[in-house]
Design a protein around this ligand. Structure first.
Ligand SMILES: [Zn+2]
Length: 323
């Protein structure tokens, strides 16, 4: 049941692309004009015996439809783990600003959210002991996270006036479960994705913390990210992809090359204007590519972009032959 909307969307996309592909070739279907120079997507231009699995698309048509081919070659298949995590302030990079002597607050010079520099005056307090006004400065550079005093209020000795956090870098605490705890080790690359806008940042996994969280039975793997734009917010959830290992594959194609035809995995091999479906045996895959263990040879031209357009065109060609 959950598959239905996906299948329908895919079908709609294919129908739409069929219409586009047919539309970009102005001539009506005419067997007499369907010579080498012009392959009409209506299905007249391909050989009968290959009707169900190949089609002809001119360079101009391919360009218009965004169909791109590339030579098959070696690739690298990554062992990747998708995990979730939370952003947290880096320990030791926050500070509390406190009153040294008790007395009324005479001036407040920073608000929540302000960026302040170390040494910048944040408040003035009139000391009840000396009856002179003293200034309190920010102990570190950072952002004012909270202000806990009002103008005119009497601050007690040691009372917290401000919390300041240096959020220029943040920890990313990623949650790892079960056997992955042994599998994922420090030093491997991790790509972190911000949920709010999909912006990603690459970092290195610095350490896997020794403990296990009792409630979730997860172990925390930690990385540090830069927060130059200030939009990585402590407490926010993130997605991350940890690349544990990369294995070379003699032949690999992008996942975008892969299609299913009559229940078989196929890619489309281009020779000139002819695009032929080729059944392939698949090996390991990652988020971007898949190893090919049989069915292709190095150097063959394979459709790597808009392969579903080629599939739709082949499907259409096959259908046209049935009447
Ligand atoms: Zn793994």
């Amino acid at each position: 049941m959950t598959r239905t909307p996906v299948a329908m969307r895919r079908m709609l996309a294919i129908l739409l692309l069929c219409a586009l592909l047919a539309g970009c070739s102005g001539k009506p279907a005419d067997p007499a004009s369907a010579e080498d120079t012009h392959a009409h997507p209506e299905g007249e231009a391909h050989e009968d015996e290959a009707a169900a699995e190949s089609t002809r698309i001119t360079d101009a048509q391919a360009r218009a439809a965004g169909i791109v081919s590339a030579a098959v070659g070696p690739g690298t298949i990554a062992d990747e783990h998708e995990v979730q995590g939370l952003l947290a302030p880096v320990d030791g990079r926050s500070a509390q600003v406190t009153a040294r002597f008790p007395g009324p607050v005479r001036a407040l010079r920073a608000n929540v959210g302000d960026r302040v520099r170390a040494g910048q005056p944040l408040a003035s307090i009139e000391s009840n002991l000396s009856l002179t006004t003293y200034s309190i400065a920010a102990p570190i550079s950072g952002v004012v996270l909270s202000r806990q005093v009002q103008l005119g209020a009497v601050a007690a000795e040691g009372q917290v006036l401000f919390d300041i956090g240096d959020l220029s870098q943040l920890w990313v605490d990623l949650h790892i479960f079960g056997a992955d705890t042994q599998h994922i080790t420090a030093g491997v690359p991790v790509t972190i994705t911000r949920m709010t806008d999909g912006i990603t940042q690459t970092a290195t996994l610095e350490r896997v913390l020794p403990g296990t969280a009792t409630a979730s039975q997860s172990t925390v793997a930690r990385a540090t990210i830069d927060n130059a734009d200030g939009l990585w917010r402590p407490g926010a959830a993130v997605r991350a992809r940890i690349v544990v290992a990369s294995t070379p594959a003699p032949l690999a194609v992008p996942l975008t090359a892969l299609q299913s035809l009559e229940g078989k995995d196929v890619v489309f091999v281009r020779e000139g204007d002819t695009y032929q479906a080729r059944v392939v045996q698949l090996g390991a895959r990652d988020a971007r590519q898949v190893a090919i263990t049989a069915g292709l040879q190095a150097g063959e031209q394979v459709v790597v972009e808009q392969s579903y357009t080629v599939k739709a065109d082949i499907g259409k060609a096959g259908a046209a032959h049935e009447h």
